[in-house]
Design a protein around this ligand. Structure first.
Ligand code: GUN
Ligand code: FE
Length: 445
C-alpha cells in the first residue's frame, strides 16, 4: 500500500470547483479523504512509508487533461513554421512521420510526456503516426502518465508518402492488434481508433471503425473541419459538409472525438450537440496554421461537449495547457465579446470536460473521494500571480506552467519540487537532439 497526504493546501474540490482549505489523503491510486486537519502523526505511525507533502499557501488542483495531442510530432517542433494545414502536412509533417523509427519515436514520446508532466497535464488523448505506436504506449506505461493513444490510420489521399499509405485491411488489423495487446477500459494506458481525417480515409474504413468501436465501447479520435481547403475537398468528394459526412459514415456519437471543428455551420453544430460528439479545441494550433477561430461559445450554448488540446508541437509550439486555457478564453472574447468563456469555464474545459471526452468522468477530472488521484500542486507565491483575489482566475489568466511544483498521477508522485521522478530530464533533451538530427536526415527535408 502507498499513501500520500497533502497538507494545508487550498484545494479545488468537486464537480463545482470550489476552493477549500482541506487536507487530502490518497491511498494507492484513489483519493480516500478530503477534510481539514487529517492527523499526519497517527497516519505515520501506521504507515512508515507515508509521503507527506506540505502544500501551505499553494493551490491543489485536478491535473489537466488534454484531448488532442500528437506525441510523435514533438520531435518536429520548430521544423514546420509558416504553412497552412495541407501544405504543412504534405511538405513537412508527413515526410517526418514517415522517417520515424522506434528510437526517434521513443525520444519524441519521452520529450512530450516530460513536457506535459512539468506543465501540469496528467492525462491525454493522442493520435500517433502510422507505425511503431507500441513504442509510444511503452513510454507512457513506463513514465506513469495517463493516456488514450491511437495509431494513425490512412488508407487514401494525395501526397501521402508511400511509407504512411496503408491498405484498409492492414490498417484495421494493426489497430486491432494494439487494442488487443494494450487496451483496458479501466487502465491508465488505453487505446483508441485514430483515422487521420476524412480526406485520408476511405468510407469503408470509417464505416468499419464505427461499427467495431460501437460494439466494443472504443473511442474514435480524428480531425474535422479544421481548414477551409480541407472542407472543400470533403465537399467535392462527398457532396456533404464534413460533420454531415462523418455522421453518415457513423462518426457522430458519445464515443467520437473531433479535433478542431473551426468551420462548422449551424446544422453541423446541431449534429454535434444532438449526438453528444466531443469537440477538441486547439486554439494555438488554429492560430499558427491560420485555420481560424472556432465558434466555441456558440457550440457550448448549443450544448456541445468541448475540451482542449495543444495539438502537435510543430503547430503550436508547446504542449502547455496554461497557454491553451488562457488563449481559449481570450479568443472567444475577441469573437463574442469580453463576457465570453470566463476563467471558471476555461478551467472546466481543461479538466472535467476532458475527462468526459475520454469517457473517464467517474475516474478523473475533479478532486473527489473515490476518484483516481491525478493531482497537481501549483505555487502562486510569485510576482506574476500576486495578488490573488480569485484563485481560479489566477490559475487561468496569470499562472505559468513553471509554477506547477508537484504532480501526482494515479497516486504516484511523478514530479516533486519540479524534479521529474520517473524520467531523466537531461538525458531526454540529449536523446531528442540526437534523434532529431538523424530523423531530419532520413526525411531528406
Ligand atoms: N489533420 C490531419 N492530420 C493532422 C495533423 O497531424 N495535425 C493537424 N493539426 N491537423 C491534421
Ligand atoms: Fe492534430
Amino acid at each position: 500500500m502507498s499513501q500520500v497526504l497533502i497538507k494545508n493546501g487550498k484545494v479545488i474540490v468537486g464537480l463545482n470547483a470550489q476552493v477549500e482549505s482541506v487536507d487530502l489523503l490518497v491511498k494507492d491510486k484513489i483519493i480516500v479523504e478530503i477534510r481539514p486537519n487529517i492527523d499526519a502523526t497517527s497516519l505515520k505511525k501506521q504507515d512508515k512509508n507515508l509521503t507527506i507533502i506540505d502544500a501551505s499557501d499553494k493551490l491543489v488542483s485536478p491535473g489537466f487533461i488534454q484531448t488532442h495531442l500528437h506525441l510523435c510530432q514533438t520531435l518536429f517542433r520548430g521544423s514546420a513554421d509558416d504553412l497552412e494545414l495541407l501544405d504543412w502536412l504534405r511538405l513537412r509533417v508527413w515526410p517526418m512521420e514517415a522517417a520515424h523509427n522506434p528510437a526517434s519515436l521513443a525520444a519524441s514520446a519521452q520529450l512530450s510526456v516530460a513536457e506535459l508532466i512539468k506543465s501540469g497535464t496528467t492525462s491525454a488523448l493522442t493520435m500517433e503516426t502510422v507505425h511503431h505506436t507500441e513504442t509510444v504506449l511503452e513510454t507512457v506505461e513506463r513514465t506513469g502518465f495517463r493516456a488514450t493513444i491511437g495509431k494513425c490510420m490512412m488508407d487514401k489521399g494525395h501526397g501521402v508518402p508511400a511509407r504512411l499509405s496503408e491498405n484498409t485491411t492492414d490498417s484495421l488489423n494493426a489497430s486491432l492488434d494494439l487494442l488487443k495487446s494494450w487496451h483496458s477500459n479501466s487502465g491508465r494506458v488505453r487505446c483508441c481508433f485514430a483515422p487521420r481525417f476524412a480526406i485520408s480515409c476511405t468510407q469503408g474504413l470509417l464505416e468499419t471503425i464505427s461499427k467495431i468501436a460501437q460494439e466494443n465501447n472504443i473511442l474514435i479520435h480524428t480531425h474535422a473541419s479544421e481548414n477551409r481547403r480541407e472542407i472543400e475537398v470533403v465537399e467535392s468528394e462527398t457532396g456533404l459538409r464534413n460533420v454531415e459526412y462523418l455522421q453518415k459514415v457513423g462518426l457522430a456519437g458519445k464515443n467520437i472525438a473531433l479535433a478542431h471543428c473551426v468551420h462548422v455551420n449551424e446544422r453541423e453544430q446541431q449534429i454535434l450537440a444532438e449526438t453528444g460528439t466531443h469537440v477538441l479545441h486547439c486554439p494555438s494550433s488554429n492560430l499558427k496554421l491560420g485555420s481560424g477561430i472556432a465558434p466555441i461559445t456558440e457550440m457550448l450554448e448549443r450544448g456541445v461537449s468541448v475540451s482542449i488540446g495543444a495539438d502537435g508541437a510543430p503547430c503550436n509550439n508547446n504542449l502547455d495547457i496554461f497557454k491553451e486555457m488562457r488563449l481559449s478564453a481570450l479568443l472567444q472574447k475577441m469573437r463574442y465579446g469580453s463576457t465570453a468563456l470566463p476563467a471558471k469555464k476555461a478551467f472546466y474545459l481543461a479538466t472535467l470536460a476532458g475527462a468526459k471526452a475520454l469517457g473517464l468522468e467517474k475516474e478523473i477530472g475533479s478532486i473527489e473521494v473515490g476518484k483516481h488521484a491525478d493531482i497537481i500542486i501549483v505555487n502562486l507565491n510569485n510576482l506574476h500571480c500576486t495578488p490573488t483575489p480569485d484563485l481560479l482566475s489566477t490559475l487561468v489568466y496569470s499562472a505559468n506552467a513553471s509554477d506547477v511544483e508537484t504532480v501526482i498521477i494515479d497516486g504516484q508522485v511523478v514530479m516533486h519540487n519540479r524534479e521529474l521522478k520517473t524520467m531523466d530530464e537531461k538525458e531526454i533533451i540529449a536523446t531528442a537532439r540526437k534523434e532529431y538530427y538523424q530523423l531530419v536526415s532520413r526525411a531528406g527535408i
